[in-house]
Design a protein around this ligand. Structure first.
Ligand code: GDP
Ligand code: IMO
Ligand code: MG
Length: 403
């Protein structure tokens, strides 16, 4: 019997999706990424060894799996080749959808310049928004074009001229063309039609895990715009990003941290800028897996989570990093917001409004182990109306329990 599950982050990314995708991967044949690119940083720790995946799905380490890089992604081939070295010795196959767009070297340069100008949103500087910009402006280059030198040259000419005219290019045309040709030699065998591949696989009874990057609050439409990434990070993005019918999806798994973090700019109602925040950051190792930047840290926000649970259609929850909260004298959870003296319980669409809310907290006494956290967990389940089925309490694959 086939089975299709979508795993998504419910906060501002870094919820531990990579760890959970790896943990669950034993039950699946295929692990598919559906959006984003090298802006993602998914850490997996197995038997003391740490892996960081950016574009490759996290669930390939057990061996014998197929990784899919879907049409909704923007792929940096140079970085991908480098990343695949981590999988040396692991038996895997890979399919890059012909429809996925390429991140070109000048996209990264433009991203960095935008950030250096001070007008960026605190991006990862991987050229993500620039690659999506070219895609939507219809000047992008798709992975499939790497398979035909003539098509590649023609499309690159068009895209290059567009970028040279309106933005910045750092290489001359021939240099760039040569880079892409070299890439196509390295990766060409992996490029194919992931839509028909997934259709045949699912009809043949295979099990597919669709692994989201970033989190719901970074979604281009439903996140805290403009402080978001440039793709659909919510579960609906899996359908669009893989060309997959919703009727064949069995479940949506929502991953959240027992507290909240955010990297880059943008409103963050429960942010802690005090000693407690520093302690959580240090204990939780809250430094970016992609950029090394310290992550902003705050209490769990159930107003935001309730919104995320709805827009993703979450069937069950996975709570990560519960161990990080062990030993604090008290734990707070936002259950509402106050905005200009009025109480609201729905996550505002406007970042301007969100920047002015005051969280209304419920306080729990501290706990030192899973048993002590029972009341905290039940409260979250009741408030959100969905069960917590898996709890992660350490980096390693073993530090996970299924309730
Ligand atoms: P992702 O982007 O959602 O995959 O998350 P990241 O990998 O960027 O960030 C999560 C970090 O927390 C990684 O360093 C994980 O190894 C680590 N981690 C995941 N689950 C747990 C947990 O339950 N406890 C602790 N202490 N660390 C965890
Ligand atoms: P994973 O998959 C956390 C944030 C950046 C920035 C904004 C836009 O590891 O959870 P971009 O480079 O995408 O244009 O940056 O989005 N961001 C992430 N934050 N985790 C991520 O991925 C992120 N990917 C992008 O910090 O605020
Ligand atoms: Mg991450």
């Amino acid at each position: 019997m086939s089975k299709v599950s979508i795993i998504v982050g419910l906060q501002w990314g870094d919820e531990g999706k990579g760890k959970i995708a790896d943990f669950l991967s034993g039950d699946y044949d295929i692990i598919a990424r559906f959006q984003g690119g090298a802006n993602a940083g998914h850490t997996v720790k197995v038997g003391g060894k740490e892996y960081i995946f950016h574009q490759v799905p996290s669930g390939l380490l057990r061996g014998g799996k197929v990784g899919v890089l879907g049409a909704g992604m923007v792929i940096d081939i140079i970085a991908l080749v480098e990343e695949l070295r981590q999988l040396e010795g692991v038996d895997y196959d890979l399919i890059i959808d012909e429809r996925a767009h390429l991140v070109l070297p000048y996209h990264r340069v433009q991203d960095a310049r935008q950030e250096e100008s001070g007008r960026g949103v605190g991006s990862t500087r991987k050229g993500i928004s620039q690659a999506y910009r070219d895609k939507y402006a219809r000047f992008g280059i798709r992975a499939g074009s790497l398979l035909d030198e003539h098509v590649l040259k023609e499309e690159l000419r068009r895209s290059y001229e567009f970028n040279a005219r309106y933005f910045t290019v750092n290489l001359d045309f021939d240099e760039l063309y040569d880079i892409l040709l070299a890439e196509s030699r390295e990766i060409g065998n992996f490029i194919g039609d992931a839509v028909s591949y997934l259709k045949d696989a699912v009809e043949g009874g295979k099990k597919v895990l669709m692994e989201g990057a970033q989190g719901a609050l970074l979604d281009i439409d439903f996140g805290t715009y403009p402080y978001v990434t440039s793709s659909h990070t919510i579960s609906g993005g899996a359908l669009v990003g893989l060309g997959f019918p919703w009727k064949r999806v069995d479940e949506v798994i929502g991953v959240f941290k027992a507290y909240t973090t955010r990297v880059g700019k943008g409103p963050f109602p429960t942010e802690l800028v005090d000693e407690t925040g520093n302690q959580i950051r240090e204990k939780g190792g809250e430094y970016g897996a992609t950029t090394g930047r310290p992550r902003r840290v705050g209490w769990l926000d159930l107003v935001a989570l309730r919104y995320s649970v709805w827009i993703n259609g979450v069937d069950y929850l996975v709570m990560t990093k519960l161990d990080v909260l062990f030993g604090f004298p008290e734990i707070k959870v936002a259950v509402g917001y106050r905005l200009h003296g009025m109480e609201i319980d729905w996550f505002p669409a406007s970042s301007h409004r969100l920047a002015h809310v005051e969280p209304v907290y419920r306080t729990f006494s501290g706990f030192d182990d899973l048993d002590g956290a029972r009341e905290f967990i039940s409260f979250i389940e009741e408030h959100l109306g969905v069960p917590v089925k898996i709890i992660s309490y350490g980096m390693d694959r073993d530090k996970t329990i299924v309730l």
